[in-house]
Design a protein around this ligand. Structure first.
Ligand code: GLP
Length: 240
């Protein structure tokens, strides 16, 4: 695990987006794992700019997103599919037929979890997985628990996650469950780039990097990945 402390979110977004863009230039059929939340938004903006400048085309990439809320349709304003459409996919030439998502629709969710790891393998594995981190150390929606998961599963969200994410659900109640890629799926990615900014992440960042590898801080498992780079700003790095 490599740690890079940068001046601010903009510098992080330049560094992370250029790794992704270089990968896509080198391999137009790259398989990319994407994350939602506030952390990757600036990186997605730099990717959109590079597309608009004609520097890169995303039309042949395949994508897998980390997680999705249970009970929300794709078009729901709070779904992660909608987030990706608005913050990246819809603003580039990404081909939606190669966009993969766990399905929040109750009738499909079990099947989509069962098939997701196989789909990732069939695509050749994830070349670069982008991650954020929850204030409780979660990655994707892998909440603190007694063991590391392998493949995708349905998870009951913790109160800490509900407290952090409820602000996005204006007058609606936030779903209490979500689907997430497992820790195994994340760890099988060839390269992992994690972004954490702001003081609210400092404690989780400290445990991820300096703590023991334990499922009670899921992100700590990244210490065991041979090609994981953690991008921090000064605030999130302040306890290191
Ligand atoms: C959310 C998502 C994660 C995300 C994390 C941090 O709940 N499930 O994929 O990385 O929590 O979110 P943010 O970047 O908004 O702080």
């Amino acid at each position: 695990m490599e740690v890079r402390v940068m001046e601010n979110t903009f510098e992080i977004s330049k560094a992370v987006s250029s790794i992704i863009i270089d990968e896509v230039k080198r391999n137009p059929k790259a398989v990319l794992g994407f994350a939602t939340g506030a952390s990757p938004i600036e990186t997605y903006k730099r990717m959109i700019e590079a597309y608009e400048n004609g520097e890169v085309s995303f039309k042949s990439i395949t994508t897998f997103n980390l997680d999705e809320y249970c009970g929300l349709t794709r078009d729901d304003e709070n779904s992660y599919f909608r987030f990706m459409k608005e913050n990246l996919f819809g603003k580039t030439d990404i081909d939606f037929s190669r966009v993969n998502f766990l399905s929040g629709d109750e009738t499909e969710s079990e099947k989509s979890c069962r098939e997701y790891s196989e789909k990732i393998a069939a695509a050749g594995g994830i070349d670069i997985q982008l991650l954020g981190i929850g204030t409780n150390g979660h990655i994707g929606f892998n909440e603190p628990s007694d063991s590391f998961s392998d493949g995708p599963f349905k998870v009951k969200l913790t109160q800490s996650t509900i407290n952090s994410n409820s602000k996005y659900f204006k007058d609606k109640k936030m779903p209490g469950y979500a689907l997430t890629m497992g820790i195994g799926d994340i760890m099988r990615a060839k390269k992992i780039l994690l972004i954490a900014t702001g003081e609210s992440k400092a404690n989780a960042v400290f445990k991820m990097i300096k703590g023991e590898v334990t499922p009670s801080c899921p992100a700590s498992v990244l210490q065991n990945h041979s090609n994981a780079v953690i991008y921090l700003d000064r605030e999130s790095a302040k306890l290191l």
